[in-house]
Design a protein around this ligand. Structure first.
Ligand SMILES: NC(=O)c1ccc[n+]([C@@H]2O[C@H](COP(=O)([O-])OP(=O)(O)OC[C@H]3O[C@@H](n4cnc5c(N)ncnc54)[C@H](OP(=O)(O)O)[C@@H]3O)[C@@H](O)[C@H]2O)c1
Length: 316
C-alpha cells in the first residue's frame, strides 16, 4: 500500500490515525483533505501527511483526491445540526465517496460510524449514521466499518469539557445522567483502523459473514470499538472532576429540565455543549452489543479509562 486518502484526518481521531500510520508505515503517503488545512498544526510535522485544501462534498474533487490511492478512510462526521446537515454529512458524503472510489478503482474503504448507528434509532445522529452505513454496504466495495462508543484521549471534547465546566461552576446540573457508555481510547480506535487497513487485501468471504472470516480478513466486517468499562454519564463526569482536581456535585436533571437545558444551549451561538439530539442518542445505551466482533478480534487489548485519562486531565 502506497497512498491512502483520509477524510476527516484533521479531527480528534484523524490526528491519532495519522500518527499511528506514520509509525506503522513510514513510507505510506496519507492524503488529508481539509476545509482549513492551516489549522491542522499537529499534522504539519508528519512527513507522511499531505494536507490538501478541498471540499470533500464535491464528487469531482473526491475523485481527484483518490487518484493514486490504494484505500480510503472516512472519519468525517458532525455531532449537531439539522436533519439536512446530518443527511449531507453522514449519508450523502459516504455515497459520493463510494461513487468516487468506483470511478477511481479504489476498492478498499474504512468507515468510522458510531455505536448504536441505526436507521430506526432515536436521534438524527444515529439514524443518519445507520443510513450512511447502509449506503456503503450496498456499494460493493471492500468495506470495514468501526462503531466506537465515546472516545477519550488527551484532546477529547468529552472528559476535557466536563473537567473544564467543573473548574468554572460550583455544581453541575447534568442531563442524561443515567445514560451508559463504554469509553474507548483514541489510540485503540486508531490502532483498529490501521489494523483493518493493512488487512485490506485478505479473503473477501468476510463480506458475507459480516465478521472476520476464517482467514482473518476484516473486509465486510463491522467492529464495535468499546473499552473495558461501562459507566454512566454521571460517573464519567464525576471522574473527570476528580482527576482534573475540581470535583463538584453533579445533579441529575429530570428529562424535561434536561431538554430545556439542551434547548437553551442550542440557542447560544456556536457549537452547543449538549443538544436535544444528543439527549435522544442517549436514550439507547452506548455500549457494545456483543453481537459483533470488538477490538479483541483485531488483537487489541482496550486500555481502561484509569490508565490514560487521569494523566491528561491532571495536566489541564
Ligand atoms: N469523538 C468521539 O467520541 C466519537 C464517538 C463515536 C464515533 N465517532 C466517530 O469517529 C469519527 C471521527 O470523529 P472525531 O471525533 O475525530 O471528529 P472531529 O474531531 O469532529 O473531526 C471530524 C473532521 O471531519 C471534518 N468535517 C467535519 N464536519 C465536516 C463537514 N460538514 N464537511 C466536511 N468536513 C467536515 C473536519 O475537518 P476540517 O475541519 O479540517 O475540514 C474534522 O476535522 C466520526 O465519524 C465520528 O462520528 C467519534
Amino acid at each position: 500500500m502506497k497512498q491512502v486518502l483520509l477524510l476527516g484526518g484533521t479531527g480528534f481521531v484523524g490526528r491519532s490515525v495519522c500518527e499511528a500510520l506514520a509509525r506503522r508505515a513510514p513510507a505510506l503517503r496519507v492524503v488529508v483533505p481539509s476545509r482549513r488545512p492551516e489549522r491542522a498544526k499537529r499534522l504539519a510535522p508528519l512527513p507522511t501527511v499531505q494536507l490538501v485544501r478541498a471540499d470533500v462534498h464535491d464528487e469531482a474533487q473526491l475523485a481527484t483526491l483518490l487518484e493514486g490511492c490504494d484505500a480510503a478512510v472516512n472519519l468525517v462526521a458532525i455531532l449537531h445540526g439539522s436533519e439536512a446537515a446530518f443527511e449531507r454529512t453522514h449519508v450523502e458524503l459516504p455515497r459520493k465517496l463510494a461513487n468516487a472510489c468506483h470511478a477511481r478503482g479504489v476498492r478498499r474503504l474504512m468507515h468510522v460510524s458510531a455505536l448504536g448507528a441505526n436507521a430506526n434509532g432515536p436521534s438524527r445522529y444515529l439514524r443518519s449514521k445507520g443510513r450512511g452505513e447502509a449506503v456503503l454496504r450496498e456499494a460493493a466495495l471492500d468495506l470495514s466499518v468501526l462503531r466506537p462508543s465515546v472516545i477519550f484521549g488527551a484532546d477529547d471534547r468529552f472528559l476535557n469539557l466536563f473537567a473544564r465546566l467543573q473548574s468554572i461552576f460550583p455544581v453541575l446540573p447534568l442531563a442524561g445522567a443515567k445514560a451508559r457508555f463504554q469509553p474507548v481510547w483514541v489510540g485503540d480506535v486508531a490502532a483498529a483502523i490501521v489494523r483493518c487497513l493493512f488487512d485490506g487485501h485478505g479473503d473477501r468471504a468476510g463480506n458475507r459473514a459480516g465478521n472476520r472470516d476464517r482467514n482473518g480478513s476484516t473486509i465486510g466486517a463491522t467492529f464495535e470499538c468499546a473499552g473495558p468499562q461501562v459507566l454512566t454519564l454521571a460517573e464519567l463526569v464525576r471522574l473527570a472532576g476528580r482527576w482534573s482536581g475540581h470535583p463538584r456535585p453533579v445533579i441529575a436533571l429530570p428529562d424535561a429540565l434536561g431538554r430545556l437545558q439542551a434547548l437553551v444551549m442550542e440557542l447560544v451561538p456556536g457549537e452547543p455543549l449538549m443538544s436535544r439530539d444528543n439527549l435522544d442518542s442517549m436514550r439507547v445505551d452506548n455500549i457494545a452489543s456483543g453481537a459483533l466482533p470488538g477490538l479483541a478480534a483485531l488483537g487489541i487489548e482496550a486500555r481502561s479509562l484509569e490508565s490514560v485519562a487521569p494523566a491528561y486531565l491532571r495536566r489541564r
